[in-house]
Design a protein around this ligand. Structure first.
Ligand code: SF4
Length: 289
């Protein structure tokens, strides 16, 4: 059966996504922008082809690991991040389709208001509540998960189901913080039907909101929870089993990938390695253990 023709909006979204990837890569590598090279198939830099594990999702993989050396991605460096100097680097969305109000938002309430009853992607009709994020707007630490589940969709708050309870225990019992001390958000703000994985067009539509949230919060560290969050933020397909436990970089913000709490509910033996990852985060933030 012939594929359904793309709508103008889908085409435009793909072009914007490719342009964003190209601009990020040029910014990271210092290369000059080549307008003629901006298309969905040629936007990835040649260097990416040397990384067997890192196939770009919808953008080029990041090039600057935490120790500042040039590397072709793969397993990120395990160096302790220079939190004091690199944290809070501005992260700006380059999505030209994001409304001016979203780009102009100067705090999280303004951003939430600008997002409104978003219908940028096909998840909108399925949601009960748009799950924006919760926590300290000036948090030093942001947890990023995948997408709302049933409980989160009903409550309008991320990580409130069983997996959320486990995350709360990690924050309160493990890190000795309050849940309201950190910020918690997802890559995708609306629940995918039957909790299926978010699709590329949905990510392209929604990720700019998270990018803007992170730019406003300016955290000192990010913890990416699970395969989807880590691979989406880092633009890689490297398995979470290889990503976890090693610092990497998200637009100048140290990022620690680790397993998702839902995975820990199914595999409680892995709590030990997650605790090791969290202890690295605590060390980097200067939190007492
Ligand atoms: S998932 Fe994101 S882009 Fe899609 S409708 Fe919800 S808020 Fe909008």
């Amino acid at each position: 059966m012939a594929a359904a023709p793309m709508t103008d909006r889908q085409t435009l979204l793909e072009l914007v996504t490719a342009l964003r990837a190209r601009l990020e890569w040029c910014r990271d590598t210092g290369a000059e922008v080549d307008a003629m090279a901006v298309d969905g198939r040629s936007a990835a830099p040649a260097a990416a082809a040397t990384d067997d594990d890192s196939v770009p999702l919808n953008a080029a993989p990041r090039k600057t690991p935490m120790d500042g050396s040039v590397a072709g991605a793969g397993r990120p460096t395990a160096a302790v991040p220079p939190v004091a100097t690199s944290a809070g680097a501005p992260v700006e969305t380059l999505d030209l389709l994001v409304s001016p109000a979203v780009r102009a938002a100067s705090d999280l309430p303004q951003l939430r208001a600008a997002i409104g009853d978003c219908t940028r992607c096909k998840l909108a009709p399925h949601r009960t509540n748009l799950v924006f994020g919760v926590g300290n707007p000036a948090a030093e630490l942001v947890f990023v998960g995948e997408a709302p589940g049933r409980d989160e969709d009903l409550r309008g708050e991320p990580f409130v189901g069983r997996a959320g309870q486990l995350l709360t225990e990690i924050i309160t019992k493990g890190m000795k913080l309050r849940r309201e001390d950190v910020y918690i958000a997802n890559i995708i703000k609306c629940r995918p039907p039957q909790n299926r994985n978010p699709e590329p067009d949905e990510i392209a539509s929604c990720e700019p909101f998270l990018v803007r949230q992170l730019a406003l919060i300016r955290p000192k560290a990010i913890v990416a929870l699970g395969t989807f969050a880590a691979q989406t933020l880092l633009k890689t397909r490297t398995p979470i089993t290889r990503l976890r436990g090693a610092w990497t970089d998200y637009h100048g913000i140290p990022l620690m990938p680790t397993f998702h709490p839902a995975y820990l509910l199914r595999n409680p033996a892995e709590k030990r390695v997650v605790w090791e990852d969290i202890q690295q985060v605590m060390r980097a933030l200067g939190l007492p253990r």
